[in-house]
Design a protein. Structure first.
Length: 187
């Protein structure tokens, strides 16, 4: 099975804004980014399955690939809780520093930790491996893609953020005989 992990395109947000599970608009460059993304992907096979985070920044992209999208909440970005739609610069510096140093186990107030995200993403991954498809597109967020890559490579969770995951990037994985290999990242 060929699996293409795709991060949503650029958003129309200010730098430093926490918008994990909040709805935000897409950048005006969406149409051009979609064309660029389409060129990075092979032709869709008849059995291609398209999964998407339920947030509009992902479903709008998914709809450019298929009319039959499987929305799955396990593909949501990290929940920043009380920090959603606030700028990091406007938050208590010590609290943000503590979270940044311990994000694996520590959650933002009323949010979730990276471990929580990894658990739900891992649950999705196990179900995905049972899919009867030759080709799968997964349109999601940077945190979820990092969780998948960290899981596949059995990395310590804190190391998952060493992967840069660009907006509009494609990451190809292949599962063959119960073995997952990474073909490329950030294409």
């Amino acid at each position: 099975m060929d699996i293409y992990l795709i991060r949503h395109t650029q958003t129309n947000t200010l730098p430093g804004l926490c918008y994990g599970q909040s709805e935000v608009g897409l950048a005006d460059s969406f149409a051009a980014e979609c064309r660029c993304l389409a060129e990075k992907l092979p032709e869709r096979k008849p059995d291609c399955v398209v999964f998407s985070s339920p947030l509009l920044r992902c479903t709008q992209l998914a709809e450019t690939f298929s009319t039959n999208i499987k929305r799955d909440a396990r593909l949501l970005e990290l929940n920043f809780g009380d920090w959603e739609m606030r700028r990091f610069d406007d938050l208590d510096t010590d609290t943000v520093k503590h979270w940044a140093e311990h994000f694996v186990k520590v959650a933002p107030p009323n949010g979730e930790s990276f471990s929580d995200l990894v658990m739900r993403a891992g649950d999705f991954w196990q179900d995905l491996l049972k899919a009867d498809a030759e080709q799968v597109l997964v349109i999601t967020h940077a945190g979820v893609i990092r969780a998948f890559l960290g899981h596949i490579l059995e990395l310590p969770l804190a190391n998952a953020f060493q992967f840069k995951v660009e907006a509009g990037s494609v990451h190809k994985l292949q599962v063959l005989h119960s073995y997952t290999s990474i073909h490329y990242l950030n294409h």
